[in-house]
Structures are given as structure tokens and as C-alpha cells.
Design a binder for this molecule. Structure first.
Ligand SMILES: Cc1cc2nc3c(=O)[nH]c(=O)nc-3n(C[C@H](O)[C@H](O)[C@H](O)COP(=O)(O)OP(=O)(O)OC[C@H]3O[C@@H](n4cnc5c(N)ncnc54)[C@H](O)[C@@H]3O)c2cc1C
Length: 425
């Protein structure tokens, strides 16, 4: 597809829902099976969100044999459009992944398949970063009734397994997550700028949220759901001195009643008249009901602060250390974890940055480091085996010389003998 056709096709694809786009894996399935002759992949990437795809791209460019295994539960799947990813601002997350996979399908040494990694074993562990480590990766059993389990081998592992948001059970929150109820101003704030906004968080997080959205919204109610207590007020003062004065300056009301439900009154997704634009205002409307009192409040959108957790435990089970709930990764060494040969990228790692540009950057960073690390190991082996063959030849020559010396010494006789030809040199 040429660039012109691509540009014209883009708005149509933006309109398409994930279901009408080509399958996540179609394009890459067509790629040649990539294991080398020993059936050992250079690397296996666990997770096919933006970070895993970015690592796959970096490794495809240097013709590494790489397999990507993906269970297909992407963190930003619920959202309408992906924002602040330059060049792709405003496309659906599914379209973005499809475009990435389509491009990757042109590289012969990488492939991707569906599957949930259930276990990663180290076959030959060593703390020496220059030595080869072999990993066995197991997927399945599949849910298709056959219960199939598959195993793959690789020299390196990239964990791109992402995070899971832990949403409160209040009716209406998970139903509208990513579609009027958001967590990140950079991702969705511009579409709801200057609209009546609600914050969903504990009191302690509310002033920080207001600071983040202060350039976008000025009519704000913080729904702190019973967390406005003397203890939390003291903790908030500790983390955000003069928080009350700050909220007053920004006209923020603190609503402490217990949330009963959030009900959608209007769908802002229907406003998307020109989806080729990177940012289009979305006019959602919600009603907030409380356990105490029958008066409800209407808000156009919400920003929240909810906890999250690792999407997968395979990293931890392999022995990867967690820092603050995230996979510890050394940013000075290509995001390698405490387990040599295992890297952690994207939302899951302890960089503590959770957005698509970071996912792309961290994937690329690991791809470069991992490739060079493999090349170092290969060079060390090549040189060692070249050194070995020189030594073996010298040994063989020395053995032959010894034989000749033995023959010489037997045949040569003693200095006074007639055939004596002197010492062996
Ligand atoms: C509602 C919402 C909206 C957002 N909007 C934006 C936005 O507009 N712009 C932006 O920059 N960021 C946005 N983000 C953040 C963005 O989603 C993440 O930063 C990004 O998805 C991180 O990419 P990732 O590859 O690390 O993880 P993910 O995209 O979550 O991908 C992880 C993948 O790993 C797979 N996986 C996990 N465990 C296993 C396993 N054991 N075996 C195989 N596969 C596995 C998962 O199924 C998933 O496919 C948003 C987040 C949310 C929640």
C-alpha cells in the first residue's frame, strides 16, 4: 500500500471498530516461521501491545529470529481513540496495532501467535552476562477444548505483559471506562476540555489530579467517596501543602458522599463527525447518584486515580524482582531485570511511565541492547572456537612431532654408531 492510499484509507479505518479490522494476528501469521535450525529463537517477546510490537520491530530490523506470544487483552482496548502518539493521534488502538502488525509482516525473521504464556523456565542459568542462557516458554492449555500446551525455546526473554487497572465496583465505572471515565489527561483531556468535570479518587490524590488538569477544566467536583476524613486531610497536607487553598483557587468542590452509581445519559462517541482529525470534542453526560440523599449531580466526564497491578505473574514466578509493584528493570542496561537475559518493557516495568510513547521507546531500547548483547555472546563464542581450533592444530602438530622424535631417537642410535645423524631438531 503506497503512502497516498494509506492517507486516504486512514479516516475510514479510524471509524472501524476493533471487530471489523483485520485480525490482530493475521498479518504476522503469514510471516515465515522464524526459529533457526536448532529451533531456538533469539528472543521470545511475551505480550503484543505497543511495547512488545516495538521490541519486535527493533529486532526484525537486524534479522533476529523472534517469536511474539500474545494473549490479546490490551490495556487501552476500552478507549475510543488513542491520543498523544505523534503521527497516529486519534486513531483507534486496534487500528494502531493492526498497522504495526501489517508493517512487521514484511520482515521474514519475526512471527507472532496467539497464546497465554503460563510458565518460563531457565534451562541453563548463569549470572555471567556474556554466557548463553536458554529459556523454555510454555503456553496454554488452550481454552478451545483441546487443552493444548506448546513449548518454545529462546536465548532471551522480553516481558511486555502490561498492567491491569483495578476498578472499583461502583456500578457504571467499569461499563464506561475509557468512554467518559478516564485516568490520563494527556490521553483524553483535550476532548473534554472546558466541560463540567468530576474527579474519582481518594481525597489524598484529588489536589494532584486538579494540578494535572488545571489547563483543561475549571468546573470541577472531586467525588472522594467518604475519604474526606481527619486522617486523610492530614496526609493530604503532608503530600500537598496548602491543598485546601489550592482547591479553592481552582473552584473545586469536594463531595464526600458515598457513590451509589454513575449512569450514562449521553454518548459522546456518537459526536465523532470527522474522525480524521486528531482531536474531536466528545460530549458525554453522566448522572452521579449517592447512597446518602436523593439529589444527583450531572458531569460530562471524569478523571480518576485507581490502583493497578501486573497483568501477568510469569515474570515474578521466574524470579524477576518487583519495585513498587512493577518489574524492576535496569535502565542503564537496556531494561534487563535481575534475571540475566530477561528484559521488562512498557507499562509493566518500573520506569513508572505508562503511555504508548514510553512503551515504544522502552521496546526499542531493549531491542538494541538485547541484539548487541546477543552479538557479544556470539562474538565471544566465535573467538573462543577460533582459538580452540588453533590450539588443537598446535596440539596435533606437537603430537606428530613427538612421534617423529620417537622414531628418530629409535632409528638414530648412539653417537658412536655409523648411522648416527645428530640430535633431533
Ligand atoms: C482507558 C485507557 C486509555 C488509554 N489511552 C492512552 C492514549 O490515548 N495514549 C497513550 O499514550 N496511552 C494510553 N493509555 C495507556 C496505554 O494503554 C499503555 O501505556 C500501553 O498500552 C502500554 O503498552 P504495553 O505494551 O506495555 O501493554 P499493553 O498494551 O497492555 O499490552 C500487554 C499485552 O501483553 C499481553 N499479555 C499479558 N500477559 C501475557 C501472557 N502471560 N502471555 C501472553 N501475553 C500476555 C496482554 O494480553 C496484552 O496484549 C491508556 C490506558 C487506558 C487504561
Amino acid at each position: 500500500m503506497g503512502p497516498l492510499t494509506f492517507a486516504r484509507a486512514l479516516p475510514l479505518l479510524c471509524l472501524a471498530s476493533a471487530a471489523t479490522l483485520p485480525s490482530e494476528h493475521t498479518a504476522l501469521h503469514k510471516a515465515r516461521a522464524a526459529a533457526n535450525e536448532t529451533n531456538v529463537y533469539d528472543a521470545i517477546i511475551v505480550g503484543g501491545g505497543p511495547s512488545g510490537l516495538s521490541a519486535l520491530s527493533g529486532l526484525a530490523r537486524v534479522r533476529r529470529n523472534v517469536l511474539l506470544l500474545d494473549s490479546g487483552e490490551y490495556r487501552n482496548n476500552p478507549t475510543r481513540h488513542m491520543h498523544d502518539v505523534l503521527g497516529y493521534d486519534g486513531v483507534t488502538p486496534a487500528y494502531y496495532r493492526w498497522a504495526a502488525r501489517e508493517q512487521l509482516s514484511h520482515y521474514d525473521t519475526v512471527s507472532a501467535t496467539n497464546g497465554t504464556v503460563t510458565k518460563i523456565d531457565i534451562s541453563d542459568a548463569s549470572s555471567d552476562p556474556h554466557s548463553d542462557t536458554l529459556f523454555t516458554v510454555s503456553t496454554g492449555p488452550t481454552a478451545d477444548g483441546t487443552g493444548q500446551v506448546a513449548t518454545y525455546s529462546a536465548r532471551k526473554i522480553v516481558l511486555a505483559t502490561g498492567l491491569r487497572d483495578i476498578l472499583p465496583p461502583t456500578p457504571g465505572i467499569s461499563e464506561n471506562w475509557g468512554k467518559g471515565i478516564f485516568w490520563c489527561p494527556w490521553c483524553d483531556g483535550h476532548e473534554h476540555a472546558d466541560q463540567p468535570l468530576g474527579l474519582l479518587s481518594d481525597l489524598t490524590d484529588a489536589p494532584g489530579l486538579v494540578r494535572e488538569i488545571s489547563t483543561l477544566n475549571s468546573d470541577i467536583i472531586a467525588f472522594v467517596n467518604g475519604t474526606d476524613t481527619p486522617e486523610n486531610r492530614a496526609a493530604t497536607e503532608e503530600s500537598f501543602p496548602q491543598w485546601e487553598a489550592f482547591l479553592k483557587l481552582h473552584n473545586v468542590t469536594v463531595e464526600n458522599r458515598t457513590l451509589a452509581s454513575i449512569t450514562r445519559l449521553r454518548d459522546g462517541g456518537a459526536d465523532n463527525t470527522d474522525p480524521s482529525l486528531p482531536s474531536v470534542p466528545e460530549h458525554d453526560l453522566f448522572r452521579v447518584d449517592f447512597v446518602e440523599g436523593s439529589d444527583s449531580v450531572e458531569r460530562a466526564a471524569f478523571f480518576s486515580s485507581f490502583p493497578d497491578e501486573q497483568k501477568s505473574t510469569v515474570g515474578q514466578e521466574l524470579g524477576v524482582r518487583l519495585d513498587g509493584g512493577r518489574l524492576a528493570a535496569d535502565s542503564t542496561k537496556g531494561l534487563v531485570t535481575n534475571i540475566p537475559g530477561v528484559y521488562a518493557i512498557g507499562d509493566a516495568n518500573a520506569d513508572n511511565v505508562t503511555n504508548v510513547p514510553h512503551a515504544l521507546f522502552s521496546g526499542k531500547r531493549t531491542a538494541v541492547y538485547l541484539h548487541v548483547q546477543l552479538a557479544r555472546e556470539e562474538a565471544a563464542k566465535e573467538l573462543a572456537s577460533a582459538g580452540n581450533s588453533t590450539a588443537a592444530a598446535a596440539k596435533k602438530r606437537a603430537a606428530a612431532e613427538l612421534d617423529i622424535r620417537a622414531v628418530w631417537e629409535t632409528m638414530n642410535g648412539e653417537p658412536r654408531d655409523i648411522l648416527y645423524a645428530g640430535d633431533f631438531e
